[in-house]
Write a protein that binds this ligand. Structure first.
Ligand code: FES
Ligand SMILES: [Fe+2]
Length: 440
């Protein structure tokens, strides 16, 4: 059920935008989020590269439900609700593997990898049991550029409409590989004592980079690398640097990648050769977009793709309660990169993004600090998200990205439609080339 529109206030003349802190505290708000969008829109499930062979499966939580992400014996990728049609037990209790069938351990009902019910112990005792209609239930499933999404809403809009301009950002990842992008096996699972939306804000927030991640930046600079964050420290370089509204609550930061990665001369040659091949495939302009910018993209409601060129992080999150969030992170890289570059990316995944790395614990600390601060919400009820509101072209250091998220959130939770802000991807960056379109 929709809530009264009292959570988001903006004043276009004054250039102010604020969000009521009840959104980070209230059980009623959380229930509305589940009913009004987690149960209705497209949610990220996984990447095609995670399932190699027929029978491969991964069990994971999506939108608060246990799901089996699987490639059936015929090679079709599926999402199966991991609950037995008999009396409810999970039919798959492994995190991942390869299966011929999923046998429920409670009473032994068995299902094929396509979800069909294939055997029922003592089936003769049933006067009528229609096996056809007792397969594992399958939510709606679709993919774009190798990224699989599901929806629990049978009437959900087409995925390509839902993704709006976020499609371009997914393509910029997918097109980095000649042979296909590949998720590194395994995932980081961690949690934080803070509301899930704080991490969506944080994941596209250039403003906090130099304060929260100062230690990381200093360490990398002492090793000879210039992280792209440093550009915004005011060296006066004239470069395109935007916060971009991608439509439907999706947004991205767009900033130039500077400095050199910490790899050997041989590694640099491999990077240059990979870039050259991409220029041949897709042209210089598209290659520059894909490989010479860094992008922190949020796809509403709970998908993040951070492409910092020294690695690409996929992240999802889901609320365990208004004040606690479960988070999963994966790394994805071009399948054809050799051991040195892959090792470099994995090393960054551990040292930067990992739950024990140099970035994530600092971010989590900042968000948990916010959550503790919200105990004052009766006295201090509003958070300010006005930075760059009214500027002709807000930058990655502004807060257009968060406002884009919040306007969509506000519309879905309350029905109140606030006017959109910002130029489109095509207005800011020009249309993508025909060559790049063909490949994506
Ligand atoms: S709950 Fe699965 S067989 Fe009974
Ligand atoms: Fe951060």
């Amino acid at each position: 059920m929709k809530l009264q529109p009292r959570f988001v206030q903006e004043d276009r003349v004054a250039g102010t935008f604020r969000v009521h802190r009840d959104v980070f505290l209230s059980q009623e708000v959380l229930e509305a989020e589940k009913a009004e969008f987690f149960d209705k829109v497209w949610l990220y499930l996984g990447h095609e590269s995670e399932l190699d062979k027929p029978g491969d499966f991964i069990a994971r939580q999506v939108g608060g439900r246990p799901i089996i992400f699987t490639k059936d014996r015929k090679g079709q990728i599926r999402a199966l609700l991991n609950t037995c049609r008999h009396r409810g037990a999970q039919v798959c209790r492994e995190d991942f593997g390869n299966a011929k069938i999923f046998t429920c351990f409670y009473h032994g009902w068995a299902y094929g990898t396509d979800g069909s019910l294939v055997s029922v112990p003592d089936a003769d005792s049933y006067s009528s049991l229609d096996r056809e209609s007792h397969g594992l239930v399958q939510p709606k499933l679709d993919s774009y550029s190798g990224f699989y999404f599901l929806s629990y809403n049978p009437d959900v809009e087409p995925l390509t409409d839902y993704l709006a301009d976020a499609k371009e950002l997914l393509d910029l990842v997918a097109n980095q590989s000649e042979s296909g992008m590949a998720v590194v096996k395994g995932a980081h699972h961690y949690s934080m004592k803070a509301n899930w939306k704080l991490l969506m804000e944080n994941s596209c927030d250039g403003y906090h980079g130099m304060s929260v991640h100062q230690t990381y930046v200093e360490m990398m600079m002492s090793l000879g690398m210039t992280p792209s964050l440093v550009k915004q420290s005011g060296d006066g370089a004239v470069v395109a640097d935007y916060g971009i509204n991608l439509g439907n609550g999706h947004a991205t930061t767009w900033f130039p990648e500077l400095g050199r990665p910490l790899i050997s001369e041989r590694g640099l040659e491999l990077v240059a050769a990979h870039r050259e091949r991409m220029v041949e495939r897709l042209g210089e302009e598209y290659t520059r977009r894909a490989l010479n910018t860094s992008r922190n993209t949020i796809v509403f409601p709970n998908l993040v793709i951070v492409d910092l060129n020294f690695g690409i992080q996929i992240r999802t999150m889901f609320p365990l309660s208004p004040t606690e969030t479960a988070i999963t992170g994966w790394q994805i890289s071009p399948a054809e990169v050799g051991d040195e570059l892959k090792g470099y990316r994995i090393d960054n995944a551990l040292t930067f993004w990992g739950p024990g790395g140099l970035a994530t614990p600092d971010d989590v600390e900042a968000l948990e600090q916010c959550q503790i601060g919200f105990a004052t919400s009766k006295e201090v009820p509003w958070s300010d998200i006005s930075k760059g509101f009214g500027k002709p072209r807000p930058t990655t250091f502004d807060e257009l990205q968060m406002r884009t998220f919040w306007r969509r959130w506000n519309f879905l939770v309350t029905g109140e439609q606030l006017p959109e802000e910002g130029e489109s991807y095509a207005q800011l960056l020009g249309p993508i080339s025909e060559k790049a379109k063909v490949s994506s």
